[in-house]
Design a protein around this ligand. Structure first.
Ligand SMILES: *Cc1c(COP(=O)(O)O)cnc(C)c1O
Length: 405
């Protein structure tokens, strides 16, 4: 397959200038839009005159010109026909899933997904009669074995949160195509690095709260897919994004638009630093996991999926075995060394450190955490891009020597 360059794809998107020719797009804050002819209104409501089809805007929960600019960037980056932005990553995930299945249907999901997604699938979906089977994402055959007559889709994360297990998207896509199912992939950890739609994913979802925005100052999500699927989500009478209504604010969309041009630079730098730190930790005989290390059990699979030149992502984990040790290391890293901040989330320009089992994965019961290979001494580090790499490495080395060795 020809090498795909997401940053080039994004600059080829139609530029939007503001009404004065300004280089930044304007923020359209209108909730509602004027029509010149009363007869236009019914055509809009019947989906005949959408902005994409040369029509006009109606109401900002449906389409908004500023949000459209962001949507075009995301679709270009993901190599999909269209995308729609949402108010959060969870909104993108729940709407994409609820558009794809209903009560009585069955989903097969990776057992090592983001805690919120796990709770949505395991509790809320169960309540409304959607069954979910959880399987180990490393064992691709496990997904196929779990298929039933009422299975509608497979759901996974490209790189799992927080175990950094990698899903073989091409193989999963072969399975879903063979059985007439849909493959939905959460690519939050690897924008630019992996383009799931090129590997056969039908729908790609994002928490743009993380790397895509990169400043930890807003929440947003995105669904990227075919025109057919995105149009369904936005249908005035049945669309899940349109009717559940998790609309992104135009001001939030604008902020993300202005940060997207630096995404490629940021992803490369996050990855460069995460690799250097992982190599140092490995040499110190610390239990470190990072997909860019040859010792990562799925390093070769990752290599086969990435767009070259963006590295292997900005997340690494250190297994401190016990929670007490993990907490000691976390205190040392923040309060003594000022290496990073003890906070959940990821993709920020500063380093964020969390102990997953007792935070972002705490929705997952302890026995299930053990099943998915999540130790309660596991620290997840979202490696930042501030400060000099040399001093950051020294801070990390000192803290690890003091607490773990
Ligand atoms: C944070 C996160 C989400 C949820 O996104 P929000 O923007 O917080 O709603 C979903 N999936 C992954 C992998 C995440 O890291």
């Amino acid at each position: 397959m020809k090498e795909f360059c997401p940053e080039q794809a994004m600059v080829e998107v139609k530029r939007e200038f503001d009404e004065f020719g300004g280089v930044a797009p304007s923020i359209c804050r209108s909730s509602t839009f004027t029509v010149m002819e009363p007869g236009t209104m019914p055509d809009i409501f019947h989906g005949k005159l959408t902005p994409d089809a040369g029509g006009c805007y109606l109401y900002s929960r449906h389409f908004n010109p500023t949000v459209k600019v962001l949507d075009r960037y995301l679709a270009a980056m993901e190599n999909t026909q269209k995308s729609i932005s949402t108010a959060s990553g969870m909104a993108a995930i729940s709407c994409a899933l609820l558009q794809s299945c209903k009560s009585g249907d069955h989903i097969i999901a990776s057992n090592t997904v983001y805690g919120g997604t796990y709770a949505l699938l395991a509790c809320l979906f169960k309540e409304i009669g959607i069954e979910v089977s959880f399987v180990d994402p490393v064992n691709t055959e496990g997904f196929e074995k779990a298929i039933r007559d009422n299975t509608k889709l497979i759901y996974t994360e490209t790189i799992a949160n927080p175990t950094l297990k990698i899903s073989d998207i091409s193989k999963l896509s072969a399975i879903t195509k063979k059985h007439g199912l849909k493959l939905i992939v959460d690519n939050t950890f690897t924008p630019m690095i992996i383009t799931p739609a090129r590997l056969g994913a039908d729908v790609v979802v994002y928490s743009m709260t993380k790397y895509i925005n990169g400043a930890s100052d807003l929440l947003a999500g995105s669904i990227c897919s075919t025109s057919e699927f995105i149009d369904k989500l936005m249908d005035l009478h049945t669309g899940r994004v349109m009717l559940y209504g998790p609309t992104i604010d135009a001001r939030v969309a604008f902020d993300i638009i202005q940060r997207i041009p630096s995404l490629a630079l940021r992803m490369r730098e996050h990855a460069r630093r995460a690799l250097a730190m992982s190599e140092m930790l490995e040499n110190m005989k610390v239990k470190v996991s990072y997909p860019g290390l040859k010792s990562h059990p799925q390093h070769e699979l990752m290599d086969s999926m990435i767009n070259k030149g963006y590295g292997y992502g900005g997340l690494l984990t250190i297994d401190c075995i016990t929670q007490a040790k993990a907490y000691d290391l976390m205190r040392e890293l923040q309060n003594v060394e000022r290496f990073g901040l003890l906070a959940v989330s990821l993709g920020y320009f500063d380093t964020l450190i969390s102990c997953s089992s007792s935070s972002t994965s705490s929705e997952i019961p302890e026995d299930k955490q053990a099943e998915m290979g999540l130790s309660n001494g596991l620290i997840r580090i979202s490696v930042g891009i501030t400060g000099s790499l040399e001093s950051r490495m020294e801070q990390l080395e000192r803290a690890v020597r003091k607490v773990l060795l």
